[in-house]
Design a protein around this ligand. Structure first.
Ligand code: IVH
Length: 702
């Protein structure tokens, strides 16, 4: 069939529009809804098709095309933007206790002239995102300008950089008003921040000049937005949440007429803007307090940093009535949480020796309350990090503790008297514990002590690792006891642990006949174990708990694993060449084989089976989170059963979680499951699900 140039022209144009529409939809599903409907490869294919069409017809390229998010030219400087409506700040409630919400409610009630008999005020509570405020201006449905807050009156034009944020729509659906300014927060997710810093560390290790690691997600986001070259911004993935409006076409001219803030947020969501699921309506002070507490408990598990919550009066007519005091609205307040960063001084820099001999510099700090605990130690990771941050004794430093993450020194303040600072950190040439030489392997950031099990620090850690709950579990064997056993020369090698008698134990500090007998009993009890626990306990590099379980299931017998070639090991699910080599090398060492033989001679044993064909994995690909106390199953039993059925058991709830199994006293994880709409099971539901599955292996605990 012949097509005329005109016809072809028209077909191209139609295809171009169809592609843009599809790509907008898919990108929204992927970046905003977190629910992609097509494989990434399909998106990429359509994207490339659009790029090719636009390359053939450069005059058809419009600023709202999905291809136009990246690649603008570097700027000389940012142009000033006068905000059509000022960007306000919010008053901060100084009291970080949950009860701080009460004074806000009391103020609002007074301003509105409400008495005790009047009903509770309707509020909206939202997280206070720790990023930077942004105003996005759309004209006739197309993003025309993005501006920072600046001084609230005048900000900077950062449109090029903001276009790189895939969550921000470049074009709005037809029902959006002719003029729409959306206000919200640009931020960086914690996982994006960690990945970025991991890349930075690699660059630095590769010797790239002028690179440094980033301090925290907020500063990184702010820095990324203020890059003159948008190509740099693209390398620093940002996200966005909408929480308010600036100038909008008034209702008289066909613009929207929102009755409430909730209403406004829902509409922004329907137009394609990301709005957090954590927004809640709250009636009166008590529900604000409950929200502050609940989000506070979730804080560490959220995928992004927040520094508090924000309360807003829900009805917009009441907001108007309440008005402003000196550029702060009377109808909103920020209610903070305790800070996750604080200043303190470095008292000393110690070097700790880990189980594998890894040396870690640790800053000893003047005690400081941060992230809800008192911190006295912060890791400096390795020599390069310590030098790059240039942390020295006497320095004033910023320490950060977010969530359960170990506290970190993020930066050093300039010293008042540089001459009074301690020396530049250098890793010692000798192990601070055993005096053996330390080495840094090529391409590695870490130094190691070469003492192996000669080094008492490594021996202690190896023993504690073997005795831990998830390994063979020797109840009551803590670090103080191990210190005494090793330092007193009672234990030279791991098998010696099973040879100490009650009398020797009872002679130790803070031990008596009874406690010594308890430890002895615990040692006896630990001898009957499982192959997976034993393997994990040996502390083979790269063999964590889950790898140990897979190996045990695959081979069934320790001897089979000890004699396996790297190729045979590689055949195991999730075992790659590095792990395979590490296992092989471990069992090649005569002293490791000797340790295993002696442990067996001491009576350690486990059930073995002939390797069977892999059992079916009916829950493969499903992610579960366990929370609270289940009526009959222990946490570990439930985890084992789920893993045996192929499920993944994760520690935190996200949109990717398929089921939350909740027992009594389930806390924030259950709240989060409800907030995210994740299915919740109780123990009976879990057992029913497991029993309903086609299983030929034992799924229930023996
Ligand atoms: S509302 C009129 N909502 O906090 C109120 N602000 O001083 C305008 N922020 O820099 C702001 N999360 O960027 C609002 N859910 C939220 C917020 C939020 C973070 C930031 C905002 C501004 C500061 C307020």
């Amino acid at each position: 069939m012949n097509t005329s140039p005109d016809q072809e022209h028209q077909e191209h144009q139609e295809r171009l529009h169809a592609l843009r529409q599809l790509l907008h939809t898919y990108a929204h599903q992927y970046y905003v809804l977190d629910a992609p409907q097509v494989p990434d490869a399909e998106y990429d294919r359509l994207f490339q098709e659009l790029q090719a069409l636009e390359a053939a017809h450069p005059d058809w390229v419009t600023p709202d095309s999905p291809t136009q998010r990246v690649g603008g030219k570097p700027l000389e400087q940012f142009a000033p933007v006068r905000h059509a409506r000022p960007m306000l700040s919010i008053r901060t409630e100084t009291d970080t206790e949950p009860s701080g919400a009460r004074s806000f409610d009391a103020r609002i009630r007074k301003e509105l002239g409400l008495g005790d008999a009047d009903p509770a005020v309707d509020y909206v509570a939202e997280p206070k995102f720790d990023g930077l405020a942004m105003s996005l201006r759309y004209e006739n449905g197309v993003l025309v300008q993005a501006a920072t807050r600046g001084d609230g009156e005048t900000g900077e034009d950062v449109t090029q950089n903001i276009r790189t944020i895939k969550q921000i729509p470049l074009r709005l659906p037809a029902e959006a008003p002719a003029i729409l300014e959306v206000r919200g927060e640009v931020y960086m997710r914690r996982d994006a921040f960690d990945a970025l810093n991991a890349r930075q560390r690699q660059r630095i290790a590769d010797g790239e000049k002028g690179e440094k690691t980033f301090v925290n997600p907020r500063n990184t986001a702010a820095g990324a937005v203020r890059q003159l070259d948008p190509n740099t911004t693209t390398q620093r993935p940002l996200s966005f949440f909408a929480y308010g409006l600036g100038e909008v076409t008034p209702p008289e001219q066909g613009g929207p007429d929102f009755a409430t803030h909730t209403n406004l947020l829902q509409t922004l969501k329907s137009w394609g803007f990301p709005v957090t699921d954590l927004v809640e309506q709250a009636r009166g002070a008590s529900e604000l307090i409950a929200y502050h507490t609940r989000i506070g408990a979730l804080r560490d598990q959220l995928p992004f940093d927040i520094d508090g919550v924000v309360y807003k009066v829900n009805r917009l007519d009441l907001q108007q009535k309440l008005g402003f005091v000196s550029r702060e609205p009377r109808w909103a307040v920020a209610h903070k949480y305790p800070a996750q960063e604080q200043l303190t001084t470095v008292l000393a820099i110690d070097v700790q020796v880990g189980r594998t001999g890894k040396l870690t510099p640790v800053a000893k700090l003047a005690p400081v309350f941060v992230g809800n605990v008192t911190v006295t130690n912060a890791t400096l990771h390795n020599e390069d990090e310590a030098r790059r941050k240039d942390v020295r004794v006497g320095d004033t430093v910023v320490v950060r503790r977010a969530g359960d993450v170990i506290p970190e020194v993020v930066s050093v303040l300039p010293a008042a008297d540089p001459a009074a600072r301690g020396p530049v950190f250098a890793m010692p040439q000798q192990c601070p514990v055993c005096g053996s030489a330390t080495v840094r392997e090529e391409d590695e950031a870490d130094y190691r002590c070469t003492g192996g099990l000669y080094c008492s620090a490594q021996r202690k850690q190896a023993i504690l690792h073997f005795a831990q709950r998830r390994a063979v579990e020797v109840e009551g064997l803590g670090d103080k006891l191990v210190d005494q056993l090793v330092d007193g020369g009672l234990i030279q090698t791991l098998p010696d642990l099973y040879r100490v008698d009650v009398a020797a134990l009872a002679a130790l500090d803070r031990m008596a006949e009874k406690s010594a007998q308890n430890v002895r009993d615990a040692l006896e009890k630990s001898k009957q174990t499982t192959l997976a626990r034993f393997l994990f306990g040996l502390g083979i590099r790269h063999v964590g708990e889950s790898t140990a379980k897979v190996l045990a299931r695959h081979f069934g017998q320790l001897d089979a694993i000890m004699h396996a070639t790297p190729e045979q090991l590689c055949a195991v699910e999730d075992v790659g060449p590095i792990v395979a080599q590490s296992i092989h090398t471990f069992f090649q060492q005569p002293h490791n084989r000797e340790v295993v033989a002696q442990l067996r001679a001491c009576g350690l044993s486990w059930a073995e089976h002939t390797p069977s064909v892999a059992p079916p994995k009916p829950l493969a690909g499903k992610t579960f989170v366990l929370t609270g106390t289940l009526p009959t199953l222990s946490r570990d039993q439930a985890k084992d059963m789920l893993e045996a059925a192929g499920a993944k058991v994760s520690g935190s709830v996200s949109k990717k979680t398929d089921y939350v199994v909740a027992g009594t006293e389930a806390g924030s994880k259950l709240d989060k499951a409800h907030a995210l709409g994740v299915a919740v099971l109780d123990e009976a539901g879990l057992l029913e699900m497991l029993q309903g599955l086609p299983a030929d292996g034992p799924l229930l605990p023996e």
